[in-house]
Design a protein around this ligand. Structure first.
Ligand SMILES: [Fe+2]
Length: 343
């Protein structure tokens, strides 16, 4: 592949406080050099045989390729971010920014603060749309790297010294102010409207349990922390639980194969959350059984491991037996039957 130079998107003579000389130098030197280096690295990669070339050589070339490709992409976005009056945001753009930042002023203050934070070092300040979360976010990069995976930048401010030193010298704040005065919001809106058409990555859908109500680990953690009543049942399979060393705090283990034996312990006045190891089947099936019996039961998305992943509190189980019932079973047997059935 041979990458082609993109024409300068903004009209340099229309910019307010940023001279054509600065833009021309940036375009014909820094952007152009990144592009020609990218083409050289690409040609080198295409010419080598990955089966016989040292892994370290391939690694270095691929690292350079990624940095140079990002540099060209971001420079093209930077030149396309300039050319407006900076202040007039089209209404849909203002609404999207207000939705995700609270207000346009707050977005602006944060964006400028990020730029000031990069003064004296090298990087980019980006306003980026994240399809997975369907939201905009400000962020910086170190050098030309560390872009957000799967996200689409819609506005770019180049904070490498070459972007301003020729004209603003050691006063990057003046350069940042000039950039803000020249943002071209109409094309930023076009990029945003294109970005929101990008589908988020596929989410986990359990077709078998598509209609079964679920609850997230964050929601359950919130309920536990605020003292909302909830009956949490660990229904990891017996063969798995007997080897386990910990259980979600506030949960009790119950054998999913013997629901009829313990269903009478539950209260219909409080919600029930069931979970298994990863949240795929057994917790769901138990929730189905409980719902059929009239309980407000939901399965925990992601199960035991999702709880662990958000650092939800766990109770360690004492493993004192080398045979017979495993630690989870032991704990359950030790529970006085007079206690409320679910903690
Ligand atoms: Fe640059």
């Amino acid at each position: 592949m041979r990458y082609k130079i993109a024409p300068l998107f903004c009209r340099p003579w229309t910019l307010n406080g940023i001279s054509p000389r600065l833009i021309e130098s940036h375009y014909e030197n820094d952007y152009s050099n990144a592009l020609s280096s990218l083409n050289a690295v690409t040609a080198e990669l295409e010419a080598l045989d990955p089966a016989t070339t040292a892994a370290a050589v391939i690694h270095r070339l691929k690292r350079d390729e990624a940095a140079l490709l990002n540099s060209t992409l971001l420079h093209e976005l930077y030149f396309a971010s300039l050319g407006g009056d900076g202040r007039t945001l089209p209404e849909p753009m203002a609404q999207a920014i207000t939705r995700d930042f609270g207000s346009v002023k707050r977005w602006r203050d944060e964006f400028i603060a990020l730029a000031h934070g990069l003064a004296g070092s090298s990087g980019w300040v980006l306003l980026t749309y994240v399809p997975r979360d369907a939201r905009l976010i400000n962020h910086t990069t170190a050098g030309h790297e560390q872009n957000l995976a799967g996200a689409i930048p819609i506005l770019a401010l180049d904070m490498h010294e070459h972007a301003y030193h020729l004209e603003f010298g050691a006063n990057p704040a003046a350069y940042v102010a000039a950039f803000m005065r020249n943002i071209e919001w109409d094309t930023a809106l076009e990029r945003y409207q294109n970005a929101v058409k990008v589908e988020p990555p596929p989410r986990l859908i359990q077709k078998q349990f598509a209609d079964l109500p679920s609850i997230t680990v964050e929601e359950v953690k919130g309920m536990v922390e605020t003292g909302k009543p909830v009956q949490i049942i660990d229904t990891r399979p017996r063969h798995y639980s007997t080897r386990a060393h910990e259980i979600m705090q506030g949960a009790v283990w119950r054998d999913p194969e013997r629901v009829n034996e313990w269903i009478g312990e539950l209260s219909k006045a409080e919600p029930v959350v069931t979970f298994c190891v990863y949240g795929f089947h057994i917790g769901c099936e138990t929730a189905v059984t409980l719902r059929k019996a009239g309980f407000d039961a939901r399965y925990l998305v992601g199960g035991h491991y999702a709880w662990k992943a958000i650092k939800g509190p766990l109770t360690l189980l004492e493993d004192t037996s080398s045979s017979g019932p495993g630690p989870v079973m032991r704990r359950i047997q030790e529970e006085p039957s007079a206690d409320p059935p679910l903690e």
